[in-house]
Structure formats: C-alpha cells, structure tokens
Design a protein around this ligand. Structure first.
Ligand code: MAN
Length: 520
C-alpha cells in the first residue's frame, strides 16, 4: 500500500479547510495511532472534537520546543525558531530550515501548519515527519521512508554531509553515504558513527593531493619562467636573424655577379682551349678507348726508319697493348672539385641565406604557437616528446606535432594523429581552455576511421602518459600527467585542509612550507 496520495485542488481545500486531512486519508497513515483514531470517520463528531482537542493539548506538551531541546544550539542559527520536535527536523538540510518554518493557519491563527515545498498543500504541523506521506512532492517526510520521492539529509558531522533517497531510511542497511548512522535512526546503535574515521582518511587524501599539487605547481612555475625566458631568447634570435637577411641578400647578389663574370671568363677560356684541344691532346695522351691501329702506318719518313726494327706484326702489337696497365677509373663527380672559387663563394653564401631563412621560419613557427596561459608548454616542447609504455605499445606524444603508437612485437609505428587543437575543460573539470589536446587525421584503420586521440591533462609531478584507452576503434583517449595540470594551491585551501590534519605528515610539512613562503 502506497503511503502517498495524489494532489488536487480539493485535497488542498480539504486539508487546509479542516486543518487536518479527511478521515479517509488519515486512516492510510502508517504509524501515528493518535492521528488515525483522532480523524477516523467512524467516531462521532462530538467525540472527535473532544479527542482532537485533548490530543492537541497533549501533543503541544509532548512536543518539546526547539529551544527547550537545544536544537537551535545543536543545529545552528538557521534552525526553525517555532515549535518543532527534533524528529521533525530529521532529514532537512540547514539550508532549507527557513522553508520548514511553521506557518500559522490563515483560518485559525492559533494553529500552526506546514506548507509543502511545492506550495500546493498545507498540512498540520504535526504531520511533518510523521511517517505518512501528505505532500505530493514528498517534502513533509524528509526524515522517513514514507514518501517515495523524498530526500534524506545525513548531517555526517565532521565529514561531508550528503543526501540519500529517503526510502533507504530505516531499511535495515547502514548506508555508506551516511557515516553518522542517522539513516537507521529507528534502531539506535545499529549503525556506528564512522564519520571521524572517514574524515581522517579523506583529510589525509586531500592533503596528499594538495601536496602533489603544491609540488606540481612549483615545477609548473619553473616551466613558466623557462617558457618565458625561451620566448625572449627566441624573439631576440629571430630579430637578429631577420636583421641579417638584407646584408646576406646584398652579399649574395654581389657574389652572383662575380660568379657570373668568372663563369664567363672560364667558359671563354674553355672554348678557346677546346678549339686547340684535338691535336695537342691526341699527342699528349693516347686515348685508351680509341680503336687499336691494326694496320701499319701509311707513310714513313725513310730517314727516320730504323732498319733494325722488326717488320710490323699486328699480333705482337696486340699482346703489347694487353700487357699495359689498365687506365685509372674516372674521378667521382664532385661539384666543388674543379669549381671556380667564385662559384664556391656564391654557393656558400646562398646556403647561409637559405639556412637563415629556414631558422627564421622555425622560430616564427615556435613563437606563433598558443602555449597556454603561462608559456609552460613552450618549455615542454623544447624538452622533446613524452613517451608512455602501455600494454603491447609504446605511445609517444609530441605536443603541437603528433602522437604515435609503436608495437613492441612488430616494432611498427603508427601515427595516431597530428596536432589539432587545445580542448577546453568540460563542466566541473579544471584546466580552463587548456585542459586537453586533440590530435586528428592519423593513419586510417582497416575498415574504420582515421585514428585520432583526445588527451586529458591532469596534475602530476612530471610529464608522463599515465594511461591510454581505445574506447571506440581507433579513437584513443590519453591521460597525460603534467605539472602544468597542477593548479596553484591557495592559502584558504591550505588552511582548510591543514586544520586538524594529523595523518599525512609529509603533506603537512609541504603545506607548512608553502604557507610559510606565501606568508613571507
Ligand atoms: C592496430 C592498433 C590498434 C587498432 C588496430 C585496428 O592494431 O593501432 O590500436 O585498434 O590496429 O585495426
């Protein structure tokens, strides 16, 4: 049997008109016997009135007022000031106490009522947390399981307060979220209060996290100044190189003229040399490739003829030729060898100019990148790529360039993506506009998309690829640990975390150190 009932105008009218709900509804209440009997339709009206009056008096005496119970003191200044029993405040967060302030009944100023938070129903004050669901929005039963749509607030003193669905109240299970055991209030002692113990662990964790953040933020600050310095150096270098260009261009132009002149002279002298070449060269060096003269010379000067020489014998001539050592191979083609000094000078200058232009382009590329808020990534890029060994692969992330995956088995490397853009933090995430990176257009998967990588940056003492997953085929997610992900720790945060902390000595010391430094 459901304890709730539906709202409509007549319910509101009935509930409010008579101050109390109609008898038919009241009989559906689960526990308060006084109310069941008080509003039962079977009891003659006169007796009902008498009994109701008696009960009202009794209940007013029985319900201790908040002040008398010290609830104001117990629950803070926000506690409703009017008459509310402690059990009626069960499951209500202090931030909503105002909404639970008893309201005088406009039709009978002496009667106090509760207006459901929806504003649609008015019920007697005594119906608040009486284990019967009166309000359609469940707001009258935050402390019991009577309304299926209500929320129970665990105060968890000393630890973090929380809400649970109120149908988990008094169900015989100690809810882990309610470390104060208040969800099983009907069975006192059944759920021991573990808040202090949990708070200690949570505080130690917080301190540890803070300690890492402090360490990381220190490194981040170093990277920031390194990045800024790097920017200055590169800007200076760029300026200097750019200033060299006009002079280099002038020098090159001059050298080009000299080169052309020298080349002209050289080709003229070569032309005249080659004109004279056939006779002299034929005499100087016999061409080993030339056909062997197998026939005897046609004419001989009789005077020069040595009569002692044997007559010409082609076979003997051939054997003499073959016994000669073979000619050396032609020298390898070297541009500089035999190059005119004017050409070499021009070439060197041209190389110098090209190198300078390339350096300028590289510097402009470096300086043109968006390195984040503090130029820290400029320092990281200068230090090189970041590797991570995960499963069967070694992953490499080169910021502003690409990410790769190298198989440990085959040694083959696959490009997972080329630099795309920064990715801003999602809701509730830290890191602002530079919380993540995206690499796209990697090598295409067989029967799948081009590989791509989403990178989330998180606080870590050093740059490292902490994990890689592939939630969908060839779509990778990388967790990149970096000091750059460590948000600086504020003094307030330190004070809050350091207060009463006893567990993590190391973190405490770090907290203390930074506190000292910041206070200086
Ligand atoms: C390789 C790797 C994997 C990927 C498959 C897809 O094995 O790049 O990450 O899932 O190819 O075929």
């Amino acid at each position: 049997m459901s304890a709730s009932h539906s709202a409509n105008a007549s319910t509101l009218e009935r509930g409010y008109g008579s101050l109390y709900s109609p008898p038919s509804k009241r009989t559906h209440r689960r526990s308060p016997s006084h109310r069941t009997s008080a509003f039962s339709g079977r009891i003659p009206a006169i007796f009902s009135l008498v009994i109701a009056a008696t009960l009202l008096i009794l209940s007013l005496e029985a319900i201790p007022i908040a002040g008398a119970w010290g609830i104001d003191t117990l629950l803070g200044k926000n506690a409703p000031t009017a008459l509310l029993a402690e059990h009626q405040l069960r499951g209500i967060p202090p931030s909503k106490y105002d909404l639970y302030k008893p309201q005088p009944d406009p039709k009978n100023g002496t009667q106090m009522t509760f207006v459901c938070l929806s504003g649609k129903q008015r019920i007697p004050l005594s119906a608040l947390n009486d284990d019967y669901c009166d309000c359609d929005d469940g707001s009258d039963e935050p402390g019991t399981s009577a309304c299926p749509n209500s929320q129970f607030y665990c105060r968890n003193p000393g630890h973090v307060p929380t809400f649970i669905k109120s149908n988990r109240v008094n169900d015989g299970v100690c809810e882990p979220e309610c470390c104060d055991g208040s969800d099983e209030w009907s069975n006192p002692g059944a759920c021991p209060n573990r808040c202090e113990e949990l708070a200690k662990v949570a505080r130690a964790d917080r301190l540890k996290t803070l300690g890492s953040r402090i360490e990381g933020a220190k490194t981040r600050a170093e990277l920031t100044s390194k990045g800024k310095e790097l920017k200055k150096v590169k800007e200076r270098e760029l300026k200097l190189l750019k200033s060299h260009i006009p002079a280099l261009e002038r020098q090159l132009a001059k050298l080009e003229e000299t080169k052309k002149a020298a080349e002209a002279v050289a080709s003229a002298s070569q032309a005249s040399a080659s004109a004279a070449e056939p006779a002299s060269t034929a005499e100087a060096t016999p061409d080993p490739q030339a056909p062997i003269p197998l026939s005897p010379p046609q004419t001989f000067d009789d005077d020069d003829q040595d009569d002692n020489l044997p007559p010409y014998d082609p076979a003997a001539a051939l054997s003499v030729l073959s016994s000669l050592p073979s000619p050396p191979p032609p020298p390898p083609h070297q541009e500089s060898q035999g190059e005119l000094p004017e050409v070499a000078a021009w070439r060197a200058k041209d190389n110098e100019l090209n190198d300078t232009r390339n350096k300028i382009a590289e510097l402009e590329k470096f300086l043109g990148r968006d390195y984040g808020n503090g130029l820290e990534w400029a320092a990281v890029v200068e230090d090189g790529c970041i590797d991570g060994d995960h499963g069967e692969y070694v992953y490499t992330l080169c910021a502003f360039d690409k990410t790769t995956q190298r198989s440990k088995n085959s040694g083959g490397t696959v490009t997972l993506g080329h630099w795309g853009s920064w990715v801003a933090a999602g809701q509730g995430e830290s890191g602002g506009a530079y919380a993540g990176m995206e690499f796209t257009g990697g090598e295409t998967c067989w029967n799948g998309p081009a590989r791509s990588v989403k990178v989330s940056i998180m606080c870590h003492k050093e740059n490292a690829i902490l994990s890689v997953s592939e939630p969908a085929k060839c779509e990778y997610h990388m967790q990149l640990g970096s000091p750059i992900g460590c948000e600086p720790v504020g003094l307030d945060e330190l004070r809050e975390a350091g207060e009463g902390a006893v567990v993590d000595q190391e973190a405490q010391v770090k907290v203390g150190e930074v506190k000292g430094k910041e206070e200086l």
